[in-house]
Design a protein around this ligand. Structure first.
Ligand code: F6P
Length: 366
């Protein structure tokens, strides 16, 4: 069997488990004859840079990295190859479609296959590059768990552990001071982290993007709890939660090439609304932010990420491109990238975790 060159990229926001996938790809590829693995620094940016920034990945430089958060090859959520930022002469920025240039550069490096590890945005890029003829495999990651076709993405369980730990810690201080504690967690389109942490930690209210909330209902729940003699309450709110009028709290980003709306701040906005309606009760806000994305991946995420790495190399061996590896308990299988990027994995009205929250008197504010 002839040797192969595999290029690995990590794109979008980082999450715990990326390094475990990289290591697993390298280990599995090293079982083949003359297979070489390279990493493009900062997603596809490394390939586009002059000089190119690609690094060899081998058994020695990936040793032990499965326990480390982040990604040793770097990532970015700015600058898709289809929306590539270029500086104009007047100093302002424009975007161009640089995908043909990217594919040409990859081919010039004699690369046989690309493994693109990333979330929804990155897998949309994988799908579009595949349609242009690139041999590419997608590996899903995100703490938000909002990619469809897979039971879980890696990174999510670690984020849930971190958010649950925060709820547990807030309970003790809330109870001591008789306060309402608001914990803001990540979750742009899907409220999986918030809902999971609320159930695991036993919160009183959880607000998620999928269930628009009515502030009066939230107040009703809190007043009832306080009236029943409980002096404190815990609210978990996902950054993408919206009121029934459809308002989300966001800010514009000044970062070049950053296309996402920057969420964050709903915890404080919520506290102001509650203060107007609940006089005299102490309230505090904790924004968990990027702590949810950092640090050591939990065992579940390491295992899932390691399985994804092996599956990605197997797909390359079978020359099954345009696919994304997915977890369908207890197996790791693959689906067409096209199918994977078609919808989001959102919490539906019949979801059992949602029913569980309601069944445990956790208010969704609806
Ligand atoms: O998609 C994962 C995520 O963590 C979202 O929940 C969040 O809105 C976003 O990334 C923030 O990303 P960054 O601040 O790194 O651009």
């Amino acid at each position: 069997m002839m040797g192969k060159r595999i290029l690995v990229t990590t794109g979008g926001g980082d999450c715990p488990g990326l390094n475990a996938v990289i290591r697993s790809i390298v280990k599995r590829a090293s079982q083949e004859e003359d297979w070489e693995v390279l990493g493009s620094v900062d997603a596809f940016t490394g390939i586009m840079r002059e000089p190119m920034e690609i690094m060899p990945l081998n058994r020695s430089n990936v040793a032990g990295i499965h326990v480390r958060g982040g990604t040793i090859i770097g990532t970015t959520n700015k600058g898709s190859p289809f929306d590539w930022p270029v500086k104009k002469q007047d100093g302002t920025w424009d975007t161009i479609d640089a995908s043909d240039d990217l594919i040409r550069r990859i081919q010039c490096q004699q690369i046989d296959a690309v493994v693109n590890i990333g979330g929804d945005g990155s897998q949309d890029i994988s799908n579009r590059l595949f349609k242009k003829g690139l041999n590419i495999i997608g590996v899903p990651k995100t703490i938000d768990n909002d990619l469809s076709c897979t039971d879980f993405t890696f990174g999510f369980q670690t984020a849930v552990e971190i958010a649950t730990d925060a709820v547990d810690k807030l309970v003790t201080t809330a109870a001591s001071h008789n306060r309402i504690m608001i914990l803001e967690v990540m979750g742009r389109d899907a409220g999986w982290i918030g809902l999971s942490a609320a159930v695991a930690g036993g919160a009183d209210v959880v607000l998620i993007p999928e269930v628009p909330y009515d502030i009066e209902k939230v107040v009703g729940k809190l007043k009832k709890r306080i009236h029943n003699g409980k002096g404190f309450a815990i609210i978990v709110v996902a950054e993408g939660a919206k009121t029934k009028e459809g308002e989300v709290v966001s800010a514009e980003s000044s970062e070049v090439g950053y296309k996402n709306v920057r969420l964050g701040g709903i915890g404080y906005a919520l506290m102001e609304e509650l203060k107007k309606r609940m006089n005299g009760i102490g309230m505090r806000v904790t924004v968990l932010g990027h702590l949810q994305r950092g640090g050591t991946p939990c065992a579940f995420d390491r295992i899932l990420a390691t399985q994804f790495g092996v599956k990605a190399v197997e797909l390359i061996k079978e020359r099954k491109f345009g696919r994304m590896v997915v977890y369908r308990h207890p197996d790791i299988v693959d689906v067409a990238l096209e199918e994977a990027v078609d919808t989001y994995n959102l919490i539906g009205p019949d979801n059992f975790l949602l029913k569980t929250a309601r069944g445990n008197n956790i208010s969704l504010g609806d």
